[in-house]
Design a protein around this ligand. Structure first.
Ligand code: CO
Length: 210
């Protein structure tokens, strides 16, 4: 059996097992999804969001890209954010990075990789803004880990600076933005302690007064 045949076989087993355990499962989800969480994470194959936070299908709206970046001109990411906030009314947006991120590693290297260098440029910006702190870390792996954390913090800020999130707050929606980081070594998430839920928490230069 080829790998792709195995995927279809596994899918049939999963669908049958799901119905066996919960006969109404697909009927319930077919017309409605009502996730409370939007997950913005890295494309890395080792971070399946639903699996690592124990959420069933229907419970997490997901956007993933290389190194979990949120760029204010990325129509793809912004469209996911808008749908999640304005249509699904998610309560939490989680930006989740991870230690050992290949995107962060590549952004710290001088080796050219082609088109993706333009994407990873955003992490080079984060590096530049924090160059003193990062330069003081002797161990290169620890420096990468710290840049991965700083990148999450920068992306959380980027989520909060969007018109989408600021407009939701203005409407009085309950919407909290969080920064988490995942360790491939132990499978555990760490909360970076960012809980942003009000425009007063963002710099005035980014604040929009509607
Ligand atoms: Co990554």
């Amino acid at each position: 059996m080829t790998l792709l045949d195995e995927c279809f076989a596994a899918n049939r087993r999963w669908a049958a097992q799901t119905v066996a355990e919960d006969p109404n499962f697909f009927n319930r989800l077919v017309n409605l999804q009502s996730p409370d969480l939007l997950w913005i994470g890295c494309s890395d194959s080792r971070l399946p969001p639903n699996e690592i936070i124990g959420r069933a299908p229907g419970e997490v709206f997901v956007h993933r890209n290389v190194a979990n970046l949120v760029e204010h001109t990325d129509v793809n990411c912004l469209s996911v954010l808008q749908y999640a906030v304005e249509v699904l009314h998610v309560k939490h947006v989680i930006v989740c990075g991870h230690y050992g991120c290949g995107g962060v590693r590549a952004a710290m290297s001088t080796q050219p990789l082609g088109l993706i260098d333009n994407w990873l440029r955003h992490i080079r910006d984060v590096h530049l803004w924090n160059r003193e702190e990062l330069a003081a870390i002797q161990d290169p792996e620890l420096r990468l880990d710290r840049l991965a954390e700083l990148n999450v913090e920068a992306q959380v800020a980027n989520v909060c600076h969007t018109t989408i999130v600021q407009d939701a707050w203005r409407r009085g929606a309950t919407l909290t933005v969080h920064g988490w980081i995942y360790s491939l070594r132990d499978g555990l998430l760490r909360d970076l302690g960012m809980v942003i839920e009000h425009p007063d928490q963002i710099p005035p230069e980014y604040r929009l007064v509607f």
